[in-house]
Design a protein around this ligand. Sequence first.
Ligand code: C2O
Ligand code: CU
Length: 474
Amino acid sequence: MLATVRAATSRRSFLIGAGLFTTGILSTASANDSKPARQFTLTAAKGRAPLVGNAHPATDVWCYDGGIPGPLIRARQGEPIRIVVENRLGEGTTVHWHGIRLPIAMDGVTGISQPPIAPSQRFTYEFTPPDAGTFWYHPHADSLQQLGRGMAGALIVEEPEPVAVDRDVLWVLTDWRLTEDAQIASGFGNGMDAAMSGRVGNTVTVNGVVSDEEPVRAGERIRLRLVNSSLARIMALRFEGHRPLIVAIDGQPCDPHEPAGGRLLLGPAMRADIALDMLGEPGRRYRVVDDFYEGLVYWLTKLAYDDKPPLRAHSLDPPLTLPRNPVPEPDLATAQRHELHLEGGMMGGGAMMGMGGMSGTSHAVWAINGSSMTGDGQAGMAPLLTLQLGRSYVLTLRNDTAWWHPMHLHGHSFRVLSRNGQPVPYRQWADTVLVPPKEEVEIAFVADNPGDWMLHCHVTDHQVSGMMVILRIA
Ligand code: C2O
Ligand code: CU
């Protein structure tokens, strides 16, 4: 296996303001919307990408529009978009718009919200994002391979009024398990990965390349949008010499705050927008370190200051705050409560935890309240819970396992209320919440979006081997 390799050639950062890397926008009038839909096309196909730089062979990948990550899709809050997806992959696929509160028919889940898009067929997704923020897209079909071989991209929904920063920068962070010749290692879905941490790899890219440094200027304030598009790797990022402020989580603005202990935790599928004031010295380099896994600490990249004098003499004051999105506030007084137990996997001493009463397939190694939907979604499996449309709910996610689980609910953003009984500060909303081993997290939301919505772990190995259920809202 390749160790985390760093090529000195990679300095690609996504400057969103410049409109780079977006797909072509052509406006077309759509029947009932007052604004014309922004139109995009995405082609899913195999390709080659120089993930680890020119000293190594390019990697055979599966991707969108020939690139890793897929093209940045920029939408505007409250304005319709239409994305025509063409499948040239050689197997069925779908696209899930992770975190966008959209109608179920556009959710892109195989077997639940649509049949797979067959090879050489097209499907048109159309929706109007209600929330501004940082979102992403990925397949919900053959997920281990399709996501694990590179199919993912960012979807940014812009605020109506521009946000006051000097630069808006996107880092899509992706973990890969590569062989010595920089090819994607086989063994997707093996039992070890499935029952333990999932397929954690050995190489992490920033916007599709191993990054040696990312250029910055002294004195500038950037909005850095982080997307963890990994199959399984959890990250804990420290910005040496800097004080990042979290201003949004999973696209939803929160009260600005520094991450606990200076470590920004980002599980698979999670996003964070951080405000970074570049208070370092011109000409210096500062490492961004990921120290989540003991013994696997590495540096992701370096913030590389150019030699120019600081952009401004004094740091900006006050902190960046983002306008709130129109997410309905749950009514905690009348909310109905449910407990969901995350179960299964390998426990200490190498024993598998037993799971009685499972209704899924025999390959399941994980369950939620004894129920395991495996794969990418199965039609015909009964929902774990049926929620009443318009009612508020509090779900307690109790992790009875020895592993971390980033739990994702489709079609909604939820308030993160408490962890182990302690209230969570800074008004945090999310669509994917990281639940540490043996801990519990309370989330709350208004069940305002009718449909069969998935609730699953976003460690893809865990998802496809049973840590997934349907919540029906009707
Ligand atoms: Cu990122 Cu089921 O989704
Ligand atoms: Cu999990």
